[in-house]
Design a protein around this ligand. Sequence first.
Ligand code: HEC
Length: 494
Amino acid sequence: MERKKVEGGAIEVALLISVVIGLVAAPAPRAAQSAEPGGEVTFTKDIAPILQRSCQNCHRPDGVAPMSLITYDEVRPWARAIKTRTGLGPKMGVMPPWYIEKNIGIQAYKDDPSLSADEIARIARWADNGAPRGNPADMPQPLQYADAASWRIGQPDLIVRTPDIVVKANAPDWWGELETVPVEGLTEDRYVAAIEMKEVNDVETRGGRQTVGGRYVVHHWTFSSRTPDDTDDSYRPRPAVNDSSTRWPTHEVGRNPDFFDAKAGRLLRTSSRIVTHSTHLHSNGRDTTAHLEVGFKFHPKGYKPEYQQLTSGFSLGNTVDIDIRPMEANQQLHAYAVLEQPTKLITFEPHLHAPGVRMCLEAIWGFNIQTLSCAGYDHNWVRGYAYTDEAAPLLPKGTILHIIGYMDTTPANKNVTDTRNWQGGGNRSVANMFLEIGIRIRLTEEQFQEEMADRRKKLNLGPNDVVIGCPLCNLVPKPGYTPAPSSASGGGQP
Ligand code: HEC
């Protein structure tokens, strides 16, 4: 039977039904047999390398995904589903879960597992052509994986573990503070190069609801590390204004780890405790016992950061005036923030809730409006996107950052549980947020000029080159130019 044109589940079901009642038209000729430039697409030669690079870190025994995609026998039954899921474009459901749009904005991100248009087309041709195995001699060496407990930042230098959290199958959403946790085993203050947060729980990897949202119970967890002198009342959270506590990125379901800018490591001090700002627990439908682990990877001893850092950019967003109407696609939310100092953006991280399907980030500078990044959004897969070192936006003081959130409350958005309801802002999974929480670094005017000079050199830029994300990169300063001194005060909230 010809099933080449089958795209979504609904059509597939319709087709199956028509098969059952015998209404299927005569099969069309197999289009994929038409001349193919590089010969037949086979599993061993073409598909296995793609799966190794972009899929097997999750799709392997004990991985986070429901099935292993390593051997031909494992992959063959999924050929059609793989074609469908890799061909969805940067939207909810696409595999691998990475939603940056490739036709707009900056295109250089670290650890980008996404497939090229050519790879997607090859997968489709392979599936349409009966998913042939090919020559076993072409099969690449299998990759070696550490066990499921391995860390994507590499083995951490220090791991902090929270006490157990129990979430009952029928528990309502809960948010509040976890007990503070001492940071043990640190003999001196250390700067952190990378951090990874993980939920470890007793839910079986296989079976049950096979989504990341169905496996984990800690929907989000925001925290900082504090020493007793950071606060008047011991370790209780308080607004981080000029104290010496360190704010860390947010843990969320499906989120990737953070590598900080090499010049802006974050300080973890001895005798600190991990203090929760807010935790949101959401039942996965089963009684679950979970805890969180935070892995820290340190800079070498003696490292000193050159740059002040900003906390995650919580100032960019508006989670108060949210007005999302029922049963309507393509609703937009807008929020703006003015950069009060030159700023380098390290990551782009849309944070929406269930109705969110897309976010774009723009930089407005004078007459100039540049779209920096647009990404699809799936609330089961909250992703942060780290710009490569040569692409991280360098934005002048006075730039206006603008985020546009796109909401869909029609049944097309499977994450919305009841499309009849109006939705406002709030913490629960059924309420909404509209934030961009990427990491940003505040630069002095001098550092900003240095970064741009460095960028011009690395990218070999001249006065006629327009660089997305660096509106002043093509303005080469006159010899002898010294920027007006500025005061980059660190520590406070942006
Ligand atoms: C970051 C982890 C991760 C990566 C990388 C990843 N997947 Fe998945 N995949 C999952 C999880 C978890 C699910 C089940 C939940 C969901 O659909 O979101 C899934 C579901 C799927 C499904 C649907 C299974 C079903 O039951 O219908 C297919 C097909 C699939 N992945 C193929 C791929 C392919 C092909 C790649 C690489 C090109 C890939 N995945 C990369 C984690 C991943």
